[in-house]
Design a protein around this ligand. Sequence first.
Ligand code: ZN
Length: 218
Amino acid sequence: MRIVLLGPPGAGKGTQAQKLSKEFGLVHLSTGDLLRKAVSEDNSLGQRVKSFMNKGELVPDSIILELLESEINEKKDNFILDGFPRNLTQAEKLSKVLQQKGKNLDFVINLEIDEATVIKRLIGRMVCPKCGKIYRIDEVGPEKICQSCGAKLYQRSDDDENVIKNRFQVYLEHTRPLIDYYKDKGILYQISGKGSPEEIFKRIKKLFYGSNKKQGTN
Ligand SMILES: [Zn+2]
C-alpha cells in the first residue's frame, strides 16, 4: 500500500503518518527525516544536502526525489509519504518515478482544516529538541519535560502567528492544487482534520476498514 498525506501545516500529518505506519506496517517517509538521515550518513548526496542547508537554501526537488527513490528501492513497497509532494511539479515527478518501477499511489488522504484551528493548534505546541517528539501545551506538565527522553521542551520559533499565517498561504497557493490533481486520478480521500489525533485516526481507519466510499468521504 502506498499512501500520501496532504494537508496544511498543523493538520497533524506527522502524527497520523506515525499511527498509519504502525497500524499497517508501512514505512513512514518524511522529507525532514530523509534529509536528516542523508546528512548524518555523510556520503556525496549527504554532503550536497548539507551544502544547501548550510546556505539556508531549499534542498532542490531533484535531490529529494533521489533520496525518496533510494528509500523506495531499498525498503519494501509499502510506504506513507508525509511532507512530499508539496506542489504539482513534485507530484508529477513522483508519479514518474513510481511509474518507472511499475508502481502507483493507492491513497491520497487530505486532512482538511481551517486556518484558525491551525493557528490555535500550532501556537500551543512544544517540541523536544532531543528526540523531536511534539506535545500539545495542555499535555505537558509544569516542568515541561519530554516524557520519552527527559529533555526540556521548547516552543518552536516558526510557530509564531504571522509565520503560521504565511505557511498557510504558501500551502494554499502551492499544495492545495494537488487536491484536484489527485481527485482527477480518483485516489483522493477527504478527511476532517478537526478534533484529537485519536478522533482523526478513527476517521482515517474507516477508509480502510469501514464503508469504502471514494472521493469526499468523511
Ligand atoms: Zn524527547
